[in-house]
Design a protein around this ligand. Structure first.
Ligand SMILES: [Zn+2]
Ligand SMILES: [Zn+2]
Length: 326
C-alpha cells in the first residue's frame, strides 16, 4: 500500500482524516468520499523535528522549532518525573495554537510522563497511572496536540497476556468521557527496547494493544528506531531494512505509524539496551535514516529525534543531520 501525503499543496501540515486510516476502513468504504492528494509535494513535505524543553511555555518551544530547522516537535506537557501536574491555561493554549498556525509547526507530539505504568501489578500505581494519563489526554486536547505517545508499561508479576489486557483496560478508562471526537488527537503506542517484562518490545505486541484499544480510543503507533534496533530488528542492512518494513506492514500497517522517533543507538542490535545516540554516530548509522525519511510508505509520518543533549547546539545539529538526508 502506498503511503499518503498529508501535507497540503503548499506543504503545510494537514492532519490525516480519521477515515484515512486502516482501522477506520469500514467507514471509509461506506462513505467513499474523494481523497485529496498532493501532486507536487514540496521539498519540505517531510515533518522533521525534535523533543524540545518547554521552559518558558509550550508556545516558546513551538517558536523555537523553526529556528533549529524543525517543522514539528515533541514536548512533555508537565514534569515527566512528578505525579502532580498543573492544568493548561486558556491563554497558554491560545498562544500555542497561534504560534503553530503562524509558523506552520505540526504535528504537536506530547510524550507521556515516565511514571505512568498502565499495566502495573500494583493496583495503587495503576490507579495513579490512569489518573495521570487522563491528565495527559486533557492537556493534549487543551493544547490541540495531535499525538500523545505512551510506553505500554511493565507487566512484572503477571503474564504478558494479563499485562496487555490491563494496559488496554487502563487506557480505555483514562480516555472515557473525554471530548476527543472530531479532533485529530491520537494516542500512539510506542515500541520499546524489549527489556524483560516491558510490553511492546515487538511490532506484534504494539499491534495487539492497538487492536484492543480501537473500539475505545483513537490509537496509532510510534516506532522508535533505537528501540527497534536494540530489540533485534535489522534496520541497518538493505535487505534487513526491507524485511523489517515488511514486518511493520504485516503487523501494524505503515499508515498506523504516525510518528517515528529517530534516534541512533549506543548499544548493539539485539542488546535490549535503550541508550540513544546522535544521528549517524551510533550502531545504526546514517543510511537507515536516509531510507526511512525518504520511504514513501511513511510520507504521512512525523520524524522526531530524542537524541542526547551533550553540548549546546546538539538539538539543531541532530535536526539538520536528518534534514540533510532528504
Ligand atoms: Zn522514543
Ligand atoms: Zn528510548
Amino acid at each position: 500500500m502506498k503511503g499518503r501525503d498529508y501535507t497540503g499543496s503548499d506543504g503545510r501540515f494537514v492532519p490525516p482524516a480519521f477515515d484515512a486510516l486502516p482501522f477506520f476502513s469500514l467507514s471509509s468504504l461506506q462513505m467513499s468520499s474523494p481523497r485529496k492528494t498532493s501532486p507536487h509535494p514540496s521539498p519540505r513535505a517531510r515533518r522533521i523535528g525534535i523533543h524540545l524543553s518547554t521552559t518558558g511555555g509550550v508556545a516558546k518551544a513551538v517558536e523555537h522549532a523553526p529556528e533549529i530547522g524543525a517543522n514539528t516537535l515533541q514536548i512533555f506537557s508537565a514534569s515527566p518525573r512528578m505525579w502532580r501536574a498543573s492544568k493548561i491555561s486558556a491563554a497558554q493554549a491560545e498562544q500555542t495554537r497561534a504560534a503553530r498556525a503562524r509558523l506552520d509547526v505540526g504535528p504537536l507530539v506530547i510524550h507521556t510522563s515516565y511514571l505512568v505504568n498502565v499495566c502495573s501489578q500494583t493496583e495503587e500505581v495503576r490507579q495513579k497511572s490512569i489518573l495521570a494519563f487522563r491528565g495527559e489526554i486533557e492537556r493534549a486536547l487543551a493544547l490541540g496536540a495531535e499525538y500523545l505517545v505512551l510506553h505500554p508499561g511493565s507487566y512484572r508479576g503477571m503474564t504478558r497476556e494479563q499485562g496487555l489486557a490491563l494496559a488496554a483496560e487502563s487506557i480505555a478508562q483514562a480516555i472515557d468521557g473525554l471530548p476527543w471526537q472530531g479532533t485529530a488527537f491520537h494516542i500512539l503506542i510506542e515500541n520499546t527496547a524489549g527489556a524483560e517484562f516491558s510490553l511492546g518490545g515487538s511490532f506484534d505486541q504494539v499491534a495487539e494493544l492497538i487492536a484492543r484499544l480501537r473500539p475505545h480510543a483513537p490509537v496509532g503507533a510510534c516506532l522508535d528506531t533505537c528501540h527497534t534496533h536494540v530489540a533485534g530488528y535489522d534496520l541497518v542492512s538493505e535487505t534487513g531494512y526491507q524485511e523489517t518494513m515488511r514486518q511493520i506492514e504485516q503487523t501494524l500497517g505503515a499508515e498506523t505509524v504516525r510518528v517515528w522517533h529517530c534516534n541512533d543507538a549506543k548499544a548493539a542490535r539485539g542488546s535490549k539496551l535503550d541508550r540513544h545516540e546522535h544521528i549517524g554516530q551510533g550502531t545504526i548509522g546514517l543510511e537507515p535514516f536516509r531510507r526511512l525519511l525518504n520511504d514513501p510508505e511513511f510520507a504521512h509520518a512525523a520524524f522526531i529525534a530524542e537524541t542526547p543533549v551533550d553540548a549546546p547546539g546538539d538539538e539543531e545539529r541532530n535536526v539538520r543531520a536528518l534534514l540533510a538526508l532528504l
